[in-house]
Design a protein. Sequence first.
Length: 257
Amino acid sequence: MTEHIRLNKRMAELGLCSRREADDWIAKGWVTVNGEVAVLGKPVTARDRIEVDKLARSQQNKQVTILLHKPMGYVSGQAEDGHTPAINLIEPRNHWRDDRSTVRFIPKHRMGLAPAGRLDIDSVGLLVLTQDGRVARQLIGADSEIEKEYLVRVQYGKLSAGAQQTDVQSLFPTDRLACLCHGLQLDGQALKPAKVDWQNPEQLRFVLKEGRKRQIRRMCELVGLTVVGLKRVRIGRVKLGQLPVGQWRYLEPDEQF
């Protein structure tokens, strides 16, 4: 029996757009299935021919993706517990002067802008905000395999008040480092294999292909480490680079995650 799924889901699976975007296009009459104008909720199969009007493509090409160096104290998404959302930093005075993009900021660029992945309030580094459902699905979709790289300063064991460790690497057991790479569970579910190695005696590099809530901090807790600083420096092929804290730039046309 041929499996039927909703048209918006099929369009997202094909990488045409997000489900929300698909519904908008369908409502505007911009989508046809086998040559007929589609309606919302239409069931389709993998054999059906889906075509999108050039007006939809034009609208999609105007969508922006923004890279922000999120500072400490900002939340990635909606305002919570009195904390400021990171989107509030997306304004002209925080636009990086060395941005090589030719896009000029207009207020419309903030409309529908949403974080593609979270970065905790006490973490800093690269945060992606996008209007483009294709980018969001690529970075945070259920089947995403995009790597995220973090630099993580840690301490090991209990320290007396005011004490600091300068050579955590020599104190930390090698077998526990192996556990960080593979074998840990969170909330009863096994974690995907990770790449974890020492960058210096106080700092680990984590490369993950998933992003559970406070994942790195919780992973470290399971092996006796305490995170004292966490910075995301790369998502896929896009690096934080020299982007200053609290500033943002546009994703360039030739950049791909």
